[in-house]
Design a protein around this ligand. Structure first.
Ligand code: GYE
Length: 328
């Protein structure tokens, strides 16, 4: 502790410490002039489980760089305990703002209270927490996952509107307890319950990874001979499942229709190739909005409590058109 304080003291002449002490008027980093203080942001990322996540990390890193932030980045490898450790270390380092994408929804109150006590603002990006006390964070930037699930369900209802036969659905859920897994499941269920012919005959987590998606789909195929539809909570699990379906001698996109979420490049490619039938977009490019919000909260400006990402959906025809311009 003492060491840390003296280290900070030694660095006392630098702009970053001036920032850590609040709005130190007149502090000049000496780099760009204008008296602009450099903002230090701690960012605790979920992991590197999917192409979405890789694009999200790049977006945050690139945006922080162009905004002139000092970014302290850590990868939690899909473990909440690692995220809690990272957040505590950001508190100790007295960063100006903490942003994180919570791997699961529950269990954040203690560490968020520690940040609040240290007067460090917190921004949730991508995923939500279920804390009752919303004063524990300044804003939540990310997609509406319930809406995404509903879009997936709506396509399915339309696709089978002329059929009376039962539609057997298997579902690959995202990481257990994560906001996108909970909400994509709930939104989808809400829409398809309108017609009892839709039956979710198996639903299990594939942890948002390709490997797990393949493994769980193999098990689904073994125990269920009559699968009509796969709903995967992200492209990566869907892509893994495609390998399992082909391995079982079935044709993905035809024998088994596939709906996924994200629209990363490999997903859009599979959609254009006819192996996926529909993708609900979830944008990972949150970096520019995140740095904008971070600047505002550090400067004590008001920000909206919720910032929802704008997104679309893709059919196979649309996928063919956008494929060449898809950046991630
Ligand atoms: O859909 C999935 C990733 O939290 C929205 O996490 C994100 C999800 C995304 O692993 O691919």
């Amino acid at each position: 502790m003492l060491k840390k304080i003296s280290a900070l003291f030694l660095a006392g002449a630098t702009a970053s410490v001036m920032v850590a002490c609040g709005n130190a008027a007149g502090a000049d980093s000496g780099s760009g002039g204008g008296g602009d203080d450099k903002i230090t942001m701690g960012f605790s990322q979920v992991g590197a489980e999917s192409a979405w996540r890789t694009a999200n990390t790049k977006s945050v890193q690139d945006s922080a760089k162009s905004a002139g932030f000092e970014l302290k980045f850590s990868d939690a490898q899909q473990k909440q305990e690692n995220q809690i450790k990272a957040i505590r270390s950001y508190i100790q380092q007295k960063v100006d703002v903490i942003a994180f994408s919570p791997v699961v929804e529950s269990g954040w109150d203690t560490v968020l209270k520690e940040a609040q006590a240290a007067k460090i603002p917190v921004i949730l990006t991508d995923r939500a927490v279920d804390s009752q006390d919303t004063s524990l964070y300044k804003t939540f930037l990310g997609s509406d996952f319930v809406e995404e699930g509903k879009k997936a369900g709506t396509w399915l209802v339309e696709e089978y509107k002329d059929s009376k036969d039962p539609v057997n659905i298997v579902e690959l859920q995202g990481t257990t307890g994560s906001a996108p897994a909970n909400d994509r499941k709930a939104g989808f269920a809400e829409v398809i319950k309108a017609d009892p012919k839709f039956k979710v005959i198996a639903s299990q987590t594939g942890d948002f990874t390709r490997a797990k998606g393949k493994e769980v789909m193999e098990a689904f195929l073994k125990s269920n001979p009559d699968i009509d539809v796969l709903y995967a909570h992200n492209d990566d699990m869907g892509l893994g499942a495609i390998e399992a379906i082909e391995g079982a001698g079935k044709v993905p996109g035809k024998d088994i229709k596939i709906i996924t979420v994200d629209a990363v490049k490999d997903g859009v490619q599979a959609l254009a190739d006819g192996k996926i039938n529909y993708i609900v977009e979830c944008s990972p490019l949150l970096g520019p909005q995140l740095v904008d919000l971070a600047k505002k909260v550090v400067n004590g400006e008001e920000v909206p409590a919720r910032v929802v990402t704008e997104e679309t959906t893709f059919t196979q025809e649309q996928a063919k058109k956008v494929l060449s311009s898809r950046q991630y």
